[in-house]
Write a protein that binds this ligand. Structure first.
Ligand SMILES: [Cu+2]
Length: 171
């Protein structure tokens, strides 16, 4: 009974989310390539492989807003995890901690959002399908203007840290 209720509620939540999207860009994916739907350009995306018995992992992507109006990364979803959220690193009393960013990450025209190891990231909790080195896992990012874009993320044991907005590519 309880499970049925939860399931019904999550269906409701999904329906509510879908209603919010104003435009839907064609979902495209290209491993190790560059994703563009004319407004947002995504590079350097990767998912960290599941380690030991750790139920969680993280994913990374660099997003450049090539459009002429502000874009907001609203959410990320993955069929591989029970819960996928945007996580933000914050410094509190000299200690770095991470927490959910519920408002989304805004990317102004011409600006670049970097989600990379050691910084803000996509958090995947309660892995139902454990990503292993060499696999490719789909992650869908939803933007307020550009709509949803699905990235086929290569899984790596050690995704490289990325600094600033360098265009260098690590393979
Ligand atoms: Cu996190």
């Amino acid at each position: 009974m309880k499970i049925a209720t939860v399931f019904a509620l999550s269906l409701l939540a999904l329906t509510a989310c879908e209603g919010k999207q104003q435009t839907t860009a064609a979902a495209t994916s290209n491993v190790n390539g560059v994703i563009t739907n004319t407004k947002v350009l995504m590079t350097d995306y990767a998912m960290r492989a599941a380690l030991g018995t750790n139920p969680n992992t993280a994913a990374y992507v660099t997003i450049k807003n090539g459009g002429d109006k502000s874009e907001k990364l609203l959410s990320a979803t993955c069929a591989c995890a029970t819960k996928t959220t945007l996580h933000e690193m914050t410094m509190k009393d000299g200690v770095m901690s991470m927490g959910e960013n519920t408002g989304g990450f805004e990317i102004k025209p011409g600006e670049t959002l970097v989600l990379a190891p050691g910084g803000n990231h996509i958090m995947l909790e309660g892995l139902t399908d454990r990503p292993a080195e060499g696999q490719t896992v789909n992650v869908t990012l939803t933007f307020d203007g550009a709509g949803p874009v699905t990235l086929a993320m290569p899984v790596s044991n050690a995704p490289l840290a990325k600094s600033g907005t360098s265009e260098e590519h690590a393979h």
